[in-house]
Design a protein around this ligand. Structure first.
Ligand SMILES: Cc1cc2nc3c(=O)[nH]c(=O)nc-3n(C[C@H](O)[C@H](O)[C@H](O)COP(=O)(O)O)c2cc1C
Length: 387
């Protein structure tokens, strides 16, 4: 195994090993990619306060997210087509997360199905729901999640339609890839990926194919989304889903205090301050800038988490110090998965954990539960001095 000390190391290997189409799908934002870039660069604006002569022994990053104990305040975010980044990717990531002691979230748009993942893990996982026009499909998928003993439903609110990502259109993104000359030429150089794919039967959208009617081309994510995702999703529908589900509910994609108040009012157990990793509304502020206004609005009513832009344990520490009770990572674990499967996801989690643990100690704390905003130097006006 090569020596991996950063998420960036995994990113470099991932870039070499994954087919261009799926690498581009992951490593893109919408339109100009301003929000995608600022999600990471804004974390770097925040600095940490070094403390000295503090006992650093017996440290703990253990905490809870919606009542579940986690080894660190990090969950794996739902990521579409994970099973195209590496054969059986969702299963491998779920197993790595379970062994590490952090939650795994399966997306509606996965390659491995809810049932496939359920068969390979021993503890409950989370399921992320995209709300479809097809009411029967919606009802059935919620029933399937219940049957798999999913312990929380994550409803994503910021994707009633796709934010345009130029590369996906140009690459003709599909799962599985279509046998075009460009794809065949690129896949011929990705033998490791190809061998993995030959060894699995999971190459289509596992939750969808065979479970939904009237899809013109189920391999075409963009066409599928335009046909099936419910553009009329509103708070009344979110309440209906809450009632259909009846279990723990996490609302993902909240960026504004007004929306956070609605989410708290309808009884969400947690909300995720997220701009979908910069893949939806380009021009939105980074999640880390959006966090504090949301916390001021609802921080004592509902657990507030954050995702988008986390590439290190220091980013996790900054989010937690600002007041997030938990975080999610997307690309950081996908880099690991695409680089080296389950071992790569584990390595991504180890890197983030080590960085979080040591940075927390340098800032003078031994327990993640004691970390407050006092450890940060935040630029004036960071969370918004906008008109
Ligand atoms: C390739 C890719 C696919 C994604 N697919 C989904 C999805 O199916 N459902 C969802 O709610 N979010 C999806 N997201 C957003 C992630 O859940 C998460 O919000 C985002 O990755 C966080 O930003 P980060 O990648 O900078 O950590 C996706 C993100 C990426 C990078």
């Amino acid at each position: 195994m090569p020596v991996i000390t950063t998420i960036d190391d995994l990113h470099r290997i991932y870039r070499r090993r994954a087919p261009k189409m799926f690498y581009d799908y992951c490593e893109t934002g919408s339109w100009t990619e301003q929000t995608f870039r600022e999600n990471t660069s804004d974390f770097a604006e925040i600095r940490l306060r070094q403390r000295v002569a503090v006992d650093m022994s017996d440290r703990s990053t253990t905490t809870t997210m919606i009542g579940a104990e986690v080894a660190m305040p990090v969950a794996l975010a739902p990521v579409g087509l994970t099973g195209m980044q590496h054969a059986d990717g969702e299963i491998l990531a779920a197993v790595a997360a379970e062994k590490f002691g952090v939650p795994f979230t399966l997306t509606t748009m996965s390659i491995c199905s809810i049932e496939d993942v359920d068969a390979q893990v021993t503890k409950p996982f989370w399921f992320q729901l995209y709300v479809m026009r097809d009411q029967d499909f919606l009802r059935r998928i919620i029933e399937r999640a219940k049957a798999a003993k999913v312990s929380a439903l994550v409803v994503t609110l910021d994707l009633q339609m796709l934010g345009q990502r130029h590369k996906d259109i140009k690459n003709g993104l599909s799962a599985p890839p279509k046998p075009t000359i460009a794809n065949i030429a690129n896949l011929a150089t990705k033998w490791r990926w190809g061998l993995g794919m030959l060894g699995t039967k999971r190459r289509e959208f596992g939750n969808i194919v065979g479970h939904v009617q009237g899809v013109s081309d189920p391999s075409d994510l963009m066409a599928w989304t335009a046909e099936q995702f419910d553009p009329a999703l509103d708070w009344a529908k979110v309440e209906q889903i809450r009632d259909m589900w009846g279990g723990k509910l996490i609302l993902k994609g909240i960026m504004e205090p007004e929306d956070a108040k609605m989410a708290a009012k309808i009884g969400a157990d947690a909300i995720i301050v997220s701009n979908h990793g910069g893949r939806q509304l380009d021009g939105a502020v980074s999640s880390i800038r959006a966090l504090e206004p949301v916390l001021e609005a609802v921080g004592d009513e509902v657990e507030v988490w954050l995702d988008s832009g986390i590439r290190s344990g220091q980013d996790v520490l900054k989010a937690v110090a600002m007041g997030a009770k938990g975080t999610m990572i997307g690309r950081a674990y996908i880099y690991g998965l695409g680089a080296m499967g389950e071992a790569g996801v584990t390595r991504a989690l180890e890197v983030i954990h080590m960085e979080l643990d040591k940075s927390m100690a340098f800032c003078g704390h031994r327990d993640i539960g004691d970390v407050t905003r006092d450890i940060l130097r935040v630029p004036k006006g960071f969370s918004g001095d906008w008109d």
